[in-house]
Design a protein around this ligand. Structure first.
Ligand SMILES: Nc1ncnc2c1ncn2[C@@H]1O[C@H](COP(=O)(O)OP(=O)(O)O)[C@@H](O)[C@H]1O
Ligand SMILES: [Mg+2]
Length: 234
């Protein structure tokens, strides 16, 4: 199964929106592919409101998420490490998440057979949000490698700064994202729509796709992903 890990420059930047849109775009453009979208760790899970995990299950080919999904669910809408502590749970264990995913992938082998299958994994919070006193989302993404890493940022004011510092910090730790995607996750401002061009012009990042308010076309990005994942140059 091909893994794609979605990390963010922050919270509320469009990770869930992009992950679900990507799952739907792959399914629409490649009906023969199977796509599953998962959220292993989620804080702010309150009964009666739609969780990210449920939104992602709804965007998947069919309901077949690992149980439990999320593996770690906490009520307080705060950083995962703090949400876990406030819930009286032990620290989030990155290796446990990796095993949860591996075991599920093995269980899914009989459903997948020879079909191309994707597992899209949304992380909780920003790429450097703490999962425990010793692990960040970055470490979780590392534990899930080999995977395609998609860094999502909001298409609005502040993103020129946020993406620069995020990319510099990731480079310092030795793992760049494979792709950057922007999404109009907040109220549009005077910069919305122009950020992809500015990011390229300033040499900060070349974004693979921008989802404008209400959606957008991910077909070209899906073509890039499928040709790259099949081992050819996009
Ligand atoms: N391109 C977009 N168009 C419209 N609404 C969007 C878009 N991207 C994100 N949103 C909305 O912005 C909010 C935050 O996005 P979300 O995907 O939940 O962020 P994250 O998962 O990073 O916390 C959600 O209400 C989501 O539906
Ligand atoms: Mg989310």
């Amino acid at each position: 199964m091909r893994r794609l890990v979605v990390v963010g420059t922050g919270t509320g930047v469009g990770k869930t929106y992009v992950t679900a849109a990507l799952a739907r775009a792959i399914r629409r453009t490649h009906p023969e592919h199977l796509v599953f979208a998962l959220k292993p760790i989620e804080s702010g899970v309150v009964e009666g409101t739609a969780s990210d995990a449920a939104l992602l299950e709804a965007a998947s080919s069919f309901p077949c998420a690992p149980a439990p999904h999320p593996l770690y669910a906490f009520p307080d809408p705060v950083s995962p490490h703090l949400a876990a502590r406030r819930a009286g749970a032990g620290p989030i264990d990155v290796e446990r998440v990796a095993k949860w995913l591996r075991d599920w992938e093995e269980d899914m082998a009989s459903h997948v057979m020879s079909r191309m299958a994707w597992c899209l994994i949304e992380t909780a919070g920003a790429v450097f949000s703490p999962l425990s006193s010793t692990a960040l989302n970055f470490d979780l993404a590392r534990a899930l490698d080999p995977a395609i890493w998609v860094l999502v940022g909001h298409d609005g004011l502040g993103i020129l700064h946020d993406l620069r510092v995020t990319l510099e910090a990731m480079a310092r730790r030795g793992r760049d994202p494979d792709y950057v995607v922007l999404s109009a996750a907040r109220e549009p401002d005077a910069s919305t729509g122009s950020n992809a061009a500015e990011l390229a012009e300033l040499g900060i990042a070349r974004s693979a796709a921008t989802l404008r308010a209400g959606g957008g076309d991910l077909d070209a990005f899906v073509r890039t992903l499928t040709s790259a994942s099949l081992g050819t140059q996009p």
